[in-house]
Design a protein around this ligand. Structure first.
Ligand code: HEM
Length: 137
């Protein structure tokens, strides 16, 4: 089980690396006016989303589910954690929609919105780690 949990944590860190950096790219992309920068951000966002963030997310869920069902974990902490993970998957998919809007030069939001948007995964990370390590209920 410890090998599975290690892989779960490694891919969780990979997922969050992308969830922290991608919205930051959206901030700078929304502030960009020159064509060279805009094209560069499109490439960086696509590679980060499909090459790191999505594989990290999928493998976090695969090994987390393996831990949950393979070793019979249960408890209020896990239900609360799964609810937060569902919200995080929604945030991930929203990032994909925003990435496609930028790709099509159809983004309508400004950099201030993305600065606040960028903070949301931090809150989820703190809550999930406390739930799974402390198991308060
Ligand atoms: C479908 C999604 C997920 C499921 C089913 C799941 C399930 C689990 C289970 C059953 C454990 C073992 C708990 C223990 O050994 O006490 C675990 C450990 C852990 N999970 Fe997840 N997890 C999921 C997603 C996540 C996410 C998104 C994060 C990060 C925000 C995360 C962070 C952790 C951490 C840090 C541990 C190690 C806790 C420890 O060793 O005490 N998990 N997970």
């Amino acid at each position: 089980m410890l090998w599975i949990k290690s892989l779960h944590i490694i891919f969780m860190v990979t997922w969050f690396a992308g969830l922290f950096y991608l919205p930051r790219l959206f901030v700078y992309h929304a502030m960009s006016e020159d064509a060279a920068s805009i094209e560069r951000f499109k490439i960086m966002e696509r590679k980060l989303y499909y090459g790191i963030t999505t594989p990290g997310g999928v493998l976090t869920l695969v090994f987390g589910t393996w831990l949950w069902l393979g070793y019979g974990f249960t408890g209020g902490w896990l239900h609360a954690k799964l609810a937060l993970v569902a919200v995080l998957v929604g945030y991930h998919l929203w990032c994909g929609k925003i990435l496609r809007d930028f790709r099509d030069d159809a983004n309508t939001r400004g950099h201030v919105f993305y600065r606040w948007f960028n903070e949301f995964p931090v809150i989820v990370l703190i809550a999930v780690v406390i739930l799974v390590v402390v198991k308060p209920f």
